[in-house]
Every structure is written in C-alpha cells, then in structure tokens.
Design a binder for this molecule. Structure first.
Ligand code: NAG
Ligand code: NAG
Ligand code: NAG
Ligand code: NAG
Ligand code: NAG
Ligand code: NAG
Ligand code: NAG
Ligand code: NAG
Length: 275
C-alpha cells in the first residue's frame, strides 16, 4: 500500500503534466502566441513583419501595419495615400500594390505623388518612373497617352520621366506613379497624326490598377525558422528585438524542438513500466 499510493499519485501527476505539455487548451496558451495568429483577409495572409490593425503592436515589426476592408481587400496606408495589396511574395519580401485612388479613376480629385516611406519600403529594380499630368493645354500635349477628364480637361501619361529635373510641361499638376514595364502592353492603341495616342480614362485606370512592386526593408529571415518550429513571429518594441512566440512563452529565435517532448514521453513510459 505504502508503495502503491505514491506511485498512483505520481501517475496522476504525470497525466496532469501530460495535459499541460501536450494538450494545452487555447485559453492557457501564451497570450502573444494567440494574439499573433495570422490574419486572413480575402485569401491573403497578414502576418509578420505585418500585423493587422486590430492586432497588438508586438505581432509586427514597427511601421508595418495592414488593414482588411469590408470587401476583404488588404490595404496599406502610407504618406497620406492608401494602397491595395494585390499580392505578397514572402520569400522575396515583395508586395504588389496599387493606389486605390488611381485604381478607381485616373481622373483624380486630389493630386498626390506616390511616395514610399523609405525606412520601410523600397522600389524593386523592375519599374518605370512614370508620371501623370493633369489640367494640360490640349494644344501643347502632343505626347503619347493623352486622355481627357470630365473636370480637369486634358491630361497625359508619360512612361519615363526624369525625376531629378523639374517637369517643364504645360500642365498644372504632375503625379509620379511607378509602373511595371509589362503593364505598358495595356497601353497599345492607335497613334494619332501628331504621334499622340488617345487613351480612354477607363483604359488608363485599368493599367494603373495592375499596380507595381515594392520590397519591405525589414530583415525577416529569422521568421522562417520560428514558424517552422511551430511559433509565431513578433517583435518586442521595448527591447527592439525579434521574438518567436511559442505556446508557452517568447523565445529569441525558435520554439524548443520536439526533442524535449520526446524526453518526457520516455520518462512517461518508464513510469508505466515501473507501475
Ligand atoms: C516612416 O515609418 C517610420 C516607422 O513607422 C515612422 O517612424 C516615420 O515617421 C515614417 N516616416 C514618415 C515620413 O512618415
Ligand atoms: C470576407 O471573408 C470572410 C471570411 O473568409 C467571408 O466570410 C466574407 O463573406 C467575405 N466578405 C466579402 C465581402 O467577400
Ligand atoms: C510630384 O513631384 C514632382 C517632382 O518632385 C513635383 O514637380 C510635383 O509638383 C509633385 N506633384 C504633386 C501633386 O505634389
Ligand atoms: C533601394 O533600391 C535601390 C535600387 O534597387 C538600391 O540601390 C538601394 O540600396 C535600396 N535601398 C535600400 C534601403 O534597400
Ligand atoms: C494654356 O494656354 C493658354 C493660351 O494659349 C495660356 O495662356 C496658358 O498659360 C497655358 N497654360 C499652361 C499651363 O501652359
Ligand atoms: C511621328 O513619329 C515618326 C517616327 O517616330 C516621325 O518620323 C514623325 O516625324 C513623327 N511625326 C510628328 C508629327 O511628330
Ligand atoms: C538578416 O538577418 C540574418 C540573421 O540575423 C542575417 O544572417 C542576414 O545576413 C541578414 N540579411 C540581411 C540582408 O541583412
Ligand atoms: C518585451 O520586453 C519587456 C522587457 O523585457 C517585457 O516586459 C515585455 O513583456 C516584453 N513583451 C512581450 C510582448 O514579450
């Protein structure tokens, strides 16, 4: 009796610890682990270095925040403009984005240059420095890709502009917008007598809606290993360092491997053979 009692209570203790280690109920999981579950927005995953607007800061790298609107579109706000995230190429750290204003209508009501926050994003090498011009004198715009807006009159699209030099164009507004070379195929149409191509605002809008690519600058190489080990990536904004949130707590890089669990199973089997 004296021997059996401790044995069975130890067995119960083991069952209890088994419960803790292997069948952790969601409610007892480490809070940041639960909070930083990737957010699915219309089939697109919002995860580190990004976090969804509703998630706590520590789920993302500082500055990288995305929203998911009612139509399940992933949105990025930057420098007073909003962009739709069309696609994410995680392994290349690339986002394909399109300005939501230009995706709705090339005939803008408010003229703002496309400007990246250079501490967060950079352009990829594969884009053209293009620009849109508005409120132009029709007589003085014998350039390719002329369009006409109901309120602002003639405008045109120039595939390549030199941003270093001021734009000497007979137009009131100029708006810088990058474009992927492949998308210029959508601009093909007939040339006019003065070599200008008239294009409908709808076609121009469609071309701009296809977007352009930007890279995120934060180094997210540590995240892959964390995910592989069953963790969720995060960032401690106080300590300014990467965190791998695991079911039990935060680790610097990865969650403890299954080798630890294996040892516990061996101990468990030992107990079974003893009792
Ligand atoms: C760029 O992003 C960083 C990080 O979020 C922020 O601190 C900074 O103010 C931003 N720059 C501008 C010009 O908004
Ligand atoms: C957005 O996605 C959620 C979850 O997949 C779905 O239930 C909802 O119907 C979607 N909404 C729209 C407007 O597509
Ligand atoms: C966009 O940038 C160009 C070049 O710096 C500038 O000439 C132009 O006025 C800017 N456009 C707007 C709408 O601010
Ligand atoms: C941004 O991209 C340009 C050209 O691709 C590159 O020269 C530059 O170093 C990049 N800047 C950062 C901060 O990565
Ligand atoms: C447009 O043309 C008119 C008349 O030819 C001229 O007075 C005006 O300065 C021009 N505007 C621009 C922006 O060049
Ligand atoms: C139109 O372009 C062709 C070839 O690029 C050139 O030879 C011709 O002079 C141009 N015409 C006008 C009116 O600019
Ligand atoms: C990213 O961080 C990892 C780990 O800290 C490092 O090994 C790698 O060189 C970094 N990559 C870049 C491009 O800075
Ligand atoms: C970040 O680090 C601070 C200081 O060590 C700690 O108090 C805090 O709990 C950490 N935050 C997270 C989300 O792990």
């Amino acid at each position: 009796m004296d021997l059996i009692m401790p044995c069975s209570s130890l067995f119960l203790l083991f069952i209890f610890s088994l419960h803790i280690h292997f069948l952790v109920p969601a409610s007892s999981e480490f809070q940041p682990f639960r909070e930083c579950t990737p957010f699915i927005c219309g089939g697109q995953e919002i995860s580190y270095p990004f976090r969804h607007n509703g998630q706590p800061n520590h789920c993302g790298y500082p500055g990288y925040k995305l929203d998911c609107d009612r139509d399940n579109l992933t949105l990025l706000s930057m420098e007073s403009l909003e962009y739709q995230v069309i696609h994410m190429f995680r392994s290349e750290q690339i986002l394909k984005v399109a300005r939501t204003d230009l995706s709705k209508d090339v005939c803008l009501g408010r003229y703002v240059n496309t400007t990246l926050n250079s501490s967060l994003f950079n352009y990829t090498s594969s884009y053209l420095h293009s620009a849109l011009f508005y409120n132009c004198n029709s007589s003085s715009t014998p350039r390719p890709y002329r369009f006409s807006c109901p309120k602002s009159g003639y405008g045109y699209f120039a595939l390549k502009v030199d941003l270093a030099n001021p734009l000497h164009e007979p137009c009131k507004f100029s708006v810088f917008v990058p474009i992927l070379p492949i998308e210029t195929q959508g601009l093909q149409s007939s040339k006019g007598s003065d070599n200008s191509t008239t294009i409908s605002p709808a076609t121009m809008t469609k071309v701009l809606k296809s977007g352009f690519e930007i890279t995120w600058i934060a180094n997210t190489s540590l995240c892959e290993n964390c995910i592989e080990s069953g963790g969720r990536c995060g960032y401690n904004w106080t300590r300014q360092e990467f965190n791998c949130f695991c079911r039990d707590k935060a680790y610097p890089t990865t969650c403890p491997g299954p080798s630890g669990m294996y040892a516990k199973v061996v101990v468990a089997n030992l107990w079974f053979s003893i009792s």
